[in-house]
Write a protein that binds this ligand. Structure first.
Ligand code: PEP
Ligand code: MG
Length: 330
């Protein structure tokens, strides 16, 4: 079994009919990078940098501390691409109760709809600038992509592009080396999925954050147990958005990945490949199982099964029935 897993790790993820599928790792700290390599990841598809900022009890990491962390991750990945996501904080990090007693306002009733992720970064320009510079500096040590969470508005896109340009200019003037970085947007708000032409015009790649896309499409708090039964990745509206985003990116020739939980859930591997997806980013522990799935997929066949399933009112059952028919008789 160990030998088999070892072989699997070095086996390229290619479908039965020869379509290569990129399997990337999600990491939270630079120290997670070795496990990603060990699992056979061909890069990091999502480095959730907010974990560098959490549970510190005091000062946030300055530019140098961030740079060291990003460089450590980049170096650990030995030249493989590392997708560094700017901070996604704000949704569920409330002030102390004691602090609130002095204020006239309660916390936002629904912080998931409040100042979060890129909204936070654009509201704290100094913090955003430091992070962008730290990421750019790390790009001198490998292949770095910058990924921005929760983008939805054209104004945000413009502000992001400008902030990155200013950070580069600052480094040039200081003669600090950096490499080209691709800039990507996470698609996690339904509005973003519906304005793909605008996003694709400004970003080099997109990454589907299905955890949030499901939450915002269905208006179901992803952390609320009382409505967990309604948090349904198989909802036809969710699947339609995902399929549309993949098609739009593929048609524009831009790289598209899924980095939410669906990427590591083998129940969705065939469906996502059938939608045209060729890049999945997941927790390293899920990689072996997903790769085993990929190796058994006929991408042409699953591609033909997708359209009718997307029309079904019950895609979960429709998909089960569709793929249950043996390939040869289909
Ligand atoms: C997502 O929303 O799917 C995602 C990958 O981001 P996070 O889980 O960190 O919100
Ligand atoms: Mg998210």
């Amino acid at each position: 079994e160990r030998a088999r897993l070892h072989r699997l790790r070095h086996t390229p993820a290619v479908t039965l009919d020869g379509a290569p599928v990129e399997l990337l790792a999600n990491i939270e700290m630079p120290g997670d990078a070795p496990a990603a390599l060990e699992a056979g990841a061909v890069g990091v598809g999502l480095f959730r940098t907010e974990f560098l900022f959490m549970n510190r009890g005091g000062a946030l990491p300055d530019e140098d501390e961030q740079f060291e962390a990003y460089r450590a991750a980049v170096e650990a990945m030995k030249g493989l691409p590392v997708t560094i996501r700017t901070v996604d904080i704000g949704a569920d990090k409330p002030l102390d109760r004691m602090s609130l007693t002095e204020l006239r306002h309660e916390h936002a009733l629904n912080p998931a709809l409040g100042l979060r992720a890129i909204r936070w970064s654009l509201a704290e320009p100094a913090m955003f600038r430091q992070q962008l510079r730290a990421i750019l500096r790390a790009s001198a040590y490998g292949k770095v992509r910058v990924l921005v969470p929760m983008v939805a508005h054209r104004r945000e896109v413009q502000a992001i592009v400008e902030a990155l340009e200013r950070a580069k200019q600052h480094l040039r003037e200081a003669a600090v080396p950096f490499n080209d970085v691709e800039l990507g947007a996470m698609v996690e708000v339904p509005a973003a999925a519906m304005v793909m032409p605008m996003l694709l015009q400004h970003f080099d790649f997109v990454s589907l954050g299905t955890n949030d896309l499901i939450q915002y499409t269905l208006a179901i708090d992803r952390a609320d147990e009382s409505v967990a039964h309604l948090y349904d990745p198989w909802h036809p509206a969710v699947l339609k958005l995902i399929a549309d985003v993949i098609s739009a990116a593929n048609a524009a020739g831009k790289h598209v990945s899924v980095c939410g939980e669906m990427a590591g859930d083998t129940a969705f591997t065939e469906l996502l490949i059938g939608m045209g997806l060729r890049s999945l980013s997941m927790h390293p522990s899920q990689m072996a199982a997903v790769k085993q799935r990929v190796l058994r997929i006929d991408s042409q066949r699953v591609g033909r099964l997708v359209p009718s399933v997307l029309q079904s009112p019950d895609p979960a059952s429709a998909w089960q029935q569709a793929i249950a028919v043996p390939a040869r008789s289909a």
